[in-house]
Design a protein around this ligand. Structure first.
Ligand code: WTA
Length: 657
């Protein structure tokens, strides 16, 4: 490696490479070359080989209305048919599709045949309710078999689902229902996490009562916790009553490849969250390919992705990818620290998990726990079933990588550090475990066919060895199709005029190693924060803060955090006096709760600082770079001569109270 001779490189273990679906650098290069020589031919070949089509496509990529690209547009398929029926047809009907482990430890197995019945009955109930192809259905459910059934049932009838993470607030849920114009909401009485039963239906009721959700005609309530919950007559119906009497088989609705499979709201740098719209055919293709190539999924694997179905990782690597490949997967309701921080390791041991995919934040918190309590250390468990590890959502720091590699993977399992985004549908830059020598902290090389590059502000591609802006040069099958209700925002966010509308702008900075061309993601270059792998816009949090009656002005930045990767730091100017001591502590708590209520607990600022003003340029722009330095506790090196009141720097340099 060029930068430092001390960088450790981990070549693929010989036994792994020997059995891998894509084995050796030559095989990787051959795929890249095939894509290079005949881009459309490459993707068309893969789409024919890996996806089951009702009506074969004859067109591959349609760029006539760029950047609103279409893939396989005249082909027809059904995603749920690909995930369930075709496995049964291949003789896997009795194979376990899902091993569900509840918060309290109860385990339920669901075979492909049983999944077909559950999905069909729910799909038939949706149809009986009048839900049809193209209608939007919002799903606000905890991690559960029911969550997957609900998503697959939507896919089966061609309804477009939009899952809202169970940690989001009533306001966030209301905004997403409103933007999507959803006709039906699926929720539960509550959710079980960490030994506690938490309410969900009351939050849904609050959202629906806010106004703007008039499109919702029906609310289906799955009874998880058994808590008493208010049911609105004529609108609300329990899950078991909804599916009662429905037939065990539902004929799939054959949809065009471009038909929107789902919307998933995610944060951008400005404005409200955007509804990222995904396709059916192209999305499914990439979910399958990445399962087979990045995760090397085989018939006997037990795959476990610890994400929540409320995030894109849960969509692609829980609901769709593993099932579309006829895999067996773990679905976990609870949290990694209950009943203790050995829960993940115990579950890997109990279910003989072979492929484990989680986020760096989870690893870091479990390192901390294992350091102080040998009983929850991975070495106290039999993890010999593992053969591959994965990481997603944020950069993994080399120390966490090494710990994961040594203690969880026993030094023998490759780690795939997968870089991708809600918008990309699946992995974009990632090692292939039987191919790529690993360097901790680097997501290494593009997935075969993905044309990732690093450019400067003018869109000119940079030589290896330089850092810049991460882009993708050609459209790919699983890419975002548009932003729901806002095609202009799609165009300006992802295909900006600065790059002649020709390059997909990921929103991340990256560097490439001068010798290997390996990519390292350096973090967002816009105002998007990544806290514990959760994406949040600074503007959203600022809007929430200024909506509090005490607040005059607020600016939010991220600062590095050992545990969560990034932490939210808010600089606040109050309408009244700048509080100190206990008074400040009280206001901090109140503001944190306020943000938690408006967006969700994950958006609560960890650090709130009060100033009589915010540092601004002469033209009145908030000096965010300076705030970032203050948040980090760094010496301010920027020119502060334009500040009206330099004393505010001292006020803002520490947390109030
Ligand atoms: C970040 C999650 C470094 C990145 C799948 C991206 C990563 C944002 C990695 C997308 C990784 C994701 N290394 N950074 N392996 N994976 N990111 O939409 O900043 O929730 O833009 O999708 O997470 O987050 P999102």
């Amino acid at each position: 490696m060029s930068e430092s001779q001390s960088v450790q490189v981990f070549p693929p273990p010989a036994d792994f490479a020997a059995q891998a679906t894509i084995s050796g650098m030559d095989a990787y290069r051959a795929l890249c070359a095939e894509a290079e020589q005949d881009y459309e031919g490459y993707w068309a070949r893969l789409a024919r080989e890996h996806v089951t089509w009702k009506q074969p496509f004859t067109q591959t990529l349609d760029e006539s209305n760029a950047p609103f690209f279409k893939w396989f547009a005249d082909g027809k398929l059904n995603v749920s048919h690909n995930c369930i029926d075709r496995n049964i047809e291949a003789g896997l009907g009795d194979k376990t599709a899902i091993i569900f482990e509840a918060d309290g430890g109860e385990v339920t197995h669901v075979s492909y045949k049983e999944l077909l019945v559950r999905v069909s009955r729910f799909a038939n109930a949706l149809k009986a309710q009048g839900v049809k192809k193209g209608d939007r259905v919002v799903i606000y459910l905890p991690m559960s078999i029911e969550g997957i059934v609900a998503m697959q049932a939507c896919a089966r009838i061609g309804a477009t689902h939009s899952v809202v993470f169970g940690g989001f607030s009533a306001q966030s849920l209301r905004d997403r229902i409103n933007d999507a114009g959803a006709v039906l909401l699926i929720t539960s009485d509550g959710q079980c996490r960490g030994g506690k039963a938490l309410p969900l239906k009351p939050i849904a009721d609050e959202a629906l009562a806010m106004g703007g959700c008039e499109s919702i005609k029906k609310v289906v309530v799955w009874q998880r916790t058994g808590a008493a919950c208010a049911m609105t007559e004529g609108r609300d119906i329990f899950w078991q009553d909804f599916v009662a009497g429905q037939a065990d088989y539902c004929e799939p609705e054959w949809v065009e490849a471009e038909h929107p499979l789902f919307l998933l709201y995610t944060s951008g740098s400005t404005g409200k969250p955007k509804g990222v719209q995904h396709s059916s055919g192209g999305y499914l293709l990439h979910a399958i390919l990445t399962m087979k190539w990045t995760f090397d999924l085989k018939a006997n694997d037990v795959f476990w992705c610890t994400a929540d179905i409320g995030w894109v990782t849960g969509h692609t690597y829980i609901t769709y990818g593993p099932l579309a490949c006829g895999g067996t997967e773990i679905v976990f309701e609870g949290v990694p620290t209950y009943p203790d921080a050995g829960r993940f390791w115990k579950m890997i041991q109990d279910h003989k998990v072979s492929i484990f995919y989680t986020a760096p934040t989870a690893i870091r918190s479990l390192i901390k726990a294992a350091d102080t309590n040998a009983a929850v250390h991975p070495k106290s468990f039999d993890l010999s079933s593992l053969r591959l590890l994965g990481s997603v959502g944020e950069p993994i720091n080399p120390a966490a990588w090494s710990w994961y590699h040594d203690n969880v993977g026993g030094g023998r399992c490759p780690i795939v550090d997968t870089f991708w985004q809600t918008e990309t549908g699946g992995h974009m830059i990632t090692p292939l475990p039987g191919v790529t020598p690993l360097v901790p902290g680097s997501c290494t090389l593009p997935f075969p066919g993905i044309q990732a590059a690093i450019v400067d502000e003018t869109g000119t591609e940079l030589d290896w060895g330089k850092g810049g802006i991460l882009v993708v040069k050609r459209p790919w099958p699983s890419m975002i199709r548009t932003i729901w209700n806002d095609p202009d925002r799609f165009q300006t966010s992802y295909y900006p005029a600065d790059f002649n509308g020709k390059l997909y702008l990921a929103g991340d900075g990256a560097t490439r190693d001068a010798e290997t061309g390996y990519f390292t993601i350096t973090g967002r270059i816009d105002d998007v924060l990544n806290v514990s792998g959760h994406r949040m816009g600074t503007m959203e949090i600022e809007s929430a803060l200024v909506s509090h009656p005490l607040v005059a002005e607020a600016a939010v930045v991220g600062r590095p955090d050992d545990l969560t990767g990034e932490a939210i730091c808010a600089f606040v100017v109050l309408k009244g006096e700048r509080p100190e001591g206990d008074a400040a502590k009280k206001v901090i708590k109140e503001l944190q709760d306020h943000v938690g209520k408006l967006i969700g607990p994950i958006a609560k600022p960890k650090d709130i600082r009060f100033g009589e003003n915010l540092p601004k340029t002469r033209s009145g722009k908030i000096m965010r770079r300076l705030l970032r330095s203050l948040a980090k506790g760094e010496e301010v090196t920027q020119d502060t001569s334009t500040l009206e009141n330099p004393a505010i720097l001292a006020q803002l340099s520490h947390t109030a109270g």
